[in-house]
Ligand binder design. Structure first.
Ligand SMILES: Cc1cn([C@H]2C[C@H](O)[C@@H](COP(=O)(O)OP(=O)(O)O[C@H]3O[C@@H](C)C(=O)[C@@H](O)[C@H]3O)O2)c(=O)[nH]c1=O
Length: 187
């Protein structure tokens, strides 16, 4: 497996090392020794698959609040997506910066997104399947999100979204969420 740093500490692009022969190819998608050696999570408790039917469908930006934060290892097993992670770690030198990368069934690339990040993606073709391996259980009350087009983050999405969930359309901007948390703490 080929691990590439991104400009954000803790966020990794993981490319496969594929061995080809007459039958096709073989390559690892996870290796606890290699992940552990880099300080990445090796304990995953959920594996999920999402299918998006139409090109330019957008999902995100999602995260779970403490103590239910999760690391995610994301790959696209059918089609192509533009996958994005946003650094929401207070005090991080790259706070609110984002990284996007193209994941496809062909390139076999995975995005390792640690705790403290929001995640989202946009399908670039019809009928994509996205696989997630996640380090923490799904806790609906701890699931949160921010607007995909939050100006303070400024993600350069490939296209206007064609389909989004009502929930994703209704997320506030990040600043709004932080302000709300402070107000709640003061009550
Ligand atoms: C995420 C999730 C959803 N669900 C249920 C809740 C709901 O009824 C249905 C669809 O959920 P959502 O609308 O939240 O699905 P979706 O918008 O695809 O959510 C996903 O988006 C991407 C960007 C991520 O990063 C993922 O971790 C996850 O948050 O599936 C689970 O049972 N377990 C889960 O882990």
């Amino acid at each position: 497996m080929l691990f590439q740093y991104t400009k954000i500490d803790g966020l990794w692009i993981v490319d496969p090392e594929r061995f080809h022969d007459a039958r096709g190819s073989f390559g690892r998608t996870f290796c606890s020794e290699e992940f552990g050696a880099l300080g990445l999570s090796t304990h995953f408790v959920q594996h999920s698959l999402s299918v998006s039917l139409l090109r330019h469908t957008l999902r995100g930006l999602h995260f779970q609040v403490p103590p239910h934060q999760e690391a995610k290892l994301v790959s696209c097993v059918r089609g192509v997506i533009w996958d994005v992670a946003v650094d929401l770690r207070p005090g991080s030198p790259t706070y609110l910066e984002w990284v996007g990368t193209t994941l496809s069934a062909d390139n076999g690339r995975q995005f390792y997104i640690p705790e403290g990040f929001a995640h989202g993606f946009q399908s670039l073709v019809d009928d994509v399947a996205v696989s997630y391996v996640i380090s923490a259980p799904y806790v609906p009350n701890s699931s949160s999100g921010i607007r995909y087009d939050d100006a303070a983050i400024g993600i350069d999405w490939p296209a206007r979204p064609s389909v989004m969930s009502d929930k994703d359309m209704a997320w506030p901007a990040w600043r709004g969420l932080v302000d709300l948390a402070v107000e709640e703490a003061e009550v």
